[in-house]
Design a protein. Structure first.
Length: 367
């Protein structure tokens, strides 16, 4: 994310790190990926005797991916990727394909093969019957995908390449109109269409927030406490089980929670500097791709030693969170060190590859 784009906007200034990254967005991405990892601790049925994780995960799922997609749209708008001219679109499509589609396919296949191989010897969640059925679920019957954790990469690619086209055709009203239409359409879980339609409004909201410049930042700073109070009240309603009683469909509450989370959590990140979350935000791409693999391996090892039912789930959850957050960071650092040792004087190809690794830290944020 270029520093000139981040600092040239009128209104309240961003806090920009020396490397040019906007600190509040790095911190917000750290919070979002922390919530993503928490939601991946249990893939299917909750452990026996654990009554708190399911309701808490349901509350988190009301807003954590909407907020993540809002950040993606915000970075896309701030960096200019959402409003490129037609002549720059082919290059954008190529870059997004290399940084999003290729990792999506590679890690989806890796997870599929890993589950088929390890599912015979250790406890593994969501193992397909065979490779052919698993491959079909990866690309077609995506409601049963064995690698659902990487869906965001494909969805973000679709948003990245279609948003500029919609902007050329009708500007912001076309974006908003398409987002609303897709959200209300009943679509099947095929080719990830259900997720593409469900989260597009939040991506568009992020693009619009970034394009409004300092006006949006001034507004969320001014109304921070109101937004946080409303956000907390909505989550409390969800936690207490009142949402079904009120009679609105799940999509309504997802939209409400997502729209309230955007100003509330963005404003919170602006007002509450947290270096630990910023460090997580710097590894968001690696954590997103590798967290389920690290969690799965840690879970298999722990289940071989003891069950995770009842009170055992507390240390399980702590260890799985640690594996999901810090395992990818360790792997990334070891990988980068191996690259430096293998090519102490980088060739042109290695320099480009290292540049891609660096750029990927911005991609799972949209820009």
């Amino acid at each position: 994310m270029p520093t000139p784009v981040a600092t040239a906007m009128p209104g309240p200034a961003f806090r920009v790190a020396p490397a040019g990254r906007v600190m509040e967005l790095e911190q917000a991405k750290g919070l979002a990926i922390l919530l993503v990892v928490f939601g991946h601790l249990v893939a299917r049925e909750d452990p026996a005797g654990v009554s708190w994780y399911g309701p808490l995960r349901m509350v988190v799922y009301l807003f954590h991916m909407p907020f993540f997609l809002y950040l993606s749209g915000y970075v896309a708008g701030l960096s200019g990727a959402a409003s490129i001219p037609p002549g720059a679109w082919p290059r954008l499509a190529r870059l997004r394909a290399s940084r999003l589609l290729l990792p999506f396919l590679a890690f989806a296949l890796f997870i599929l093969v890993g589950k088929l191989s390890l599912g015979r010897v250790v406890a593994v969640d969501n193992v397909p019957a065979d490779f052919q059925s698993g491959l079909r679920a990866l690309v077609w019957d995506t409601g049963h995908s064995p690698a659902t954790s990487v869906w965001y990469m494909l969805v973000l690619f679709v948003y990245a390449v279609t948003t500029p086209v919609l902007a050329w055709c009708g500007g912001r009203w076309a974006l908003l109109g398409v987002a609303v239409l897709l959200y209300v359409l009943p679509v099947p879980p095929l080719l990830y269409l259900d997720r593409i339609c469900l989260f597009f409004p939040f991506f568009v909201a992020g693009v619009r927030a970034a394009s409004s410049g300092g006006r949006w930042l001034a507004a969320i700073d001014r109304w921070r406490h109101v937004a946080l109070a409303g956000f907390a009240a909505l989550l409390l309603l969800a936690w207490s089980g009142w949402l079904p009683v009120l009679g609105y469909p799940y999509k309504f509450w997802l939209l409400a929670a997502g729209l309230v989370a955007m100003p509330a959590l963005h404003a919170l990140m602006r007002a509450w500097p947290c270096a630990k979350l910023r460090r997580l935000g710097g590894y968001v791409f690696a954590i997103y791709l590798l967290n389920t693999i690290c969690i799965g391996l840690a879970k298999a090892a722990l289940l071989a030693a003891m069950p995770w039912d009842g009170m055992n789930f507390l240390p399980f959850a702590a260890l799985l969170m640690t594996a999901g957050l810090f395992g990818p960071i360790v792997i990334t650092r070891l990988w980068r060190r191996a690259l430096r040792l293998a090519w102490p004087a980088p060739t042109v190809g290695v320099k480009l590859f290292r540049r891609e690794l660096k750029a990927d830290q911005h991609v799972v944020g949209g820009g």
